[in-house]
Ligand binder design. Structure first.
Ligand SMILES: NC(=O)c1ccc[n+]([C@@H]2O[C@H](COP(=O)([O-])OP(=O)(O)OC[C@H]3O[C@@H](n4cnc5c(N)ncnc54)[C@H](OP(=O)(O)O)[C@@H]3O)[C@@H](O)[C@H]2O)c1
Length: 230
């Protein structure tokens, strides 16, 4: 049974990935900041922005790493200099990703495992009018993943960039998110909102043998939201 570690698997997209992989006979362990009593899967409490992430890897050797942890500001980010805001976003989204990836790669090399990594970025990685720092961290994840895939022949590393998916993060970022749903659907080619299942299905594909020749790539899962409109 392959062992998968999902950083940010306690809620939203990560939790859906955990359920999907569990039903596909993966041995699932999740990581998050919050205490989670009676959680469905193995769970390690660790804040990847500041705790020593080595503790996640102390008790197990994993075959797959999904880095899905992420935060976004609860209101428009400012373009003016705000060191706390920048540090929080960079430490969690980008440095957290790099730390977790590095330790996973070390473990794969040490244990002669051909590992698979999926890092979750965002369609914002091309730039964002309202969330410039978040967008920059998500661009960093994409570039870093390409570097990993380029360097390690036994690590298959890819990025999934979700479009708008209804989760707790949607309401954290935009408290009146529901009001925007009709216009999001209108701007999406497939004329529906994305779901956590859409992302979990893509993870399933990337972990299958059918994707074995794909590495260092970004798969955008947005129903066509970012396609040209004219
Ligand atoms: N929803 C969207 O529309 C959308 C679009 C594009 C990309 N994404 C990306 O998808 C990923 C999942 O987001 P989501 O929508 O599913 O939102 P979510 O439910 O808020 O999930 C975020 C997860 O990240 C974990 N996390 C945050 N900071 C952490 C830290 N410092 N250490 C460890 N875990 C941490 C949270 O754990 P706790 O609950 O324990 O704090 C939570 O489980 C994020 O990377 C997000 O940027 C989402």
């Amino acid at each position: 049974m392959k062992k998968v570690l999902i950083i940010g698997g306690g809620s939203g997209i990560g939790f859906e990935i955990a359920k999907t992989l569990n039903s596909n006979n993966y041995d699932v362990a999740c990581v998050g900041r919050k205490e989670r009593e009676n959680f469905e899967f193995k769970y390690v409490k660790c804040d990847v922005s500041k705790d020593d992430v080595k503790k996640i890897y102390e008790t197990n050797v994993y075959d797959v790493l999904i880095f899905c942890a992420g935060i976004i500001s609860s209101e428009e980010e400012s373009f003016s200099y705000n060191e706390d805001e920048i540090n929080n976003l960079v430490d969690t989204n980008l440095k957290g990703c790099i730390r977790c990836n590095q330790l996973f790669i070390d473990s794969c090399l040490k244990n002669s495992i051909s590992g698979k990594i999926i890092n979750i970025s965002s369609i914002s990685n091309k730039g964002s009018k309202y969330f410039p720092i978040y967008a920059a961290t998500k661009a960093g994840i994409l570039t870093y993943t390409k570097s990993v895939a380029s360097r390690y022949e036994n690590i298959q590393a890819n990025v999934i960039s979700p479009g708008v998916i209804k989760t707790d993060m949607s309401y954290h970022e935009t408290p009146n998110f529901d009001e925007y749903i009709p216009s999001i659907i209108e701007n999406t080619s497939v004329k529906r909102l994305g779901s956590t299942t859409d992302i979990a299905n893509t993870v399933e594909f990337l972990l299958s043998d059918k994707s074995s020749y794909i590495t260092g790539q970004e798969i955008v899962v947005d129903g066509g939201y970012t396609l040209p409109k004219e």
